[in-house]
Design a protein around this ligand. Structure first.
Ligand code: 5GP
Ligand code: ZN
Length: 113
């Protein structure tokens, strides 16, 4: 999508610090980290949000969740981490390209409401 920040990151039009990339997904450091490790995982296919995950694209989400433990190990947070997705504005979604936050490197606040 032409006006999507994350599609622009995938296209290389906006710089990012890449942590992982393959043909289906990209992971990069969040520009405004909420924890010592804060990585954003995105599908290269533009999917707006979590309620648009369906039988045609869920394999990409599964792939993201297969890669997360490997990246967490590489980044030294495999002792414990959190994976979060915000779906739509009331939940705090600000970028409307499906993404999963990987957070770790500190004791995380257990109040996730
Ligand atoms: P959301 O609030 O939609 O769940 O998460 C969007 C995340 O994307 C935020 O944590 C925000 O800091 C991050 N973000 C927004 N724009 C950019 C950008 O241009 N580069 C990077 N690396 N992260 C971004
Ligand atoms: Zn996009």
């Amino acid at each position: 999508m032409s006006d999507c920040i994350f599609c622009k990151i995938i296209a290389g039009e906006i710089p990012s610090t890449k942590v992982y990339e393959d043909d289906k997904i990209l992971a990069f450091n969040d520009i405004n980290p909420m924890a010592p490790v804060h990585v954003i995982f995105i599908p290269k296919e533009h999917i707006c949000c979590a309620d648009k995950i369906d039988e045609t694209n869920s394999h990409i989400v599964a792939h993201i969740f297969e890669i997360i433990p490997k990246v967490a190990k590489d980044l030294g947070i495999d002792d414990g981490y959190r994976v979060v997705t915000n779906c739509k504005e009331p939940a705090g979604q600000t970028v409307f390209h499906l993404h999963f936050h990987l957070l770790g490197g500190k004791v995380l606040n257990t109040d996730i409401s």
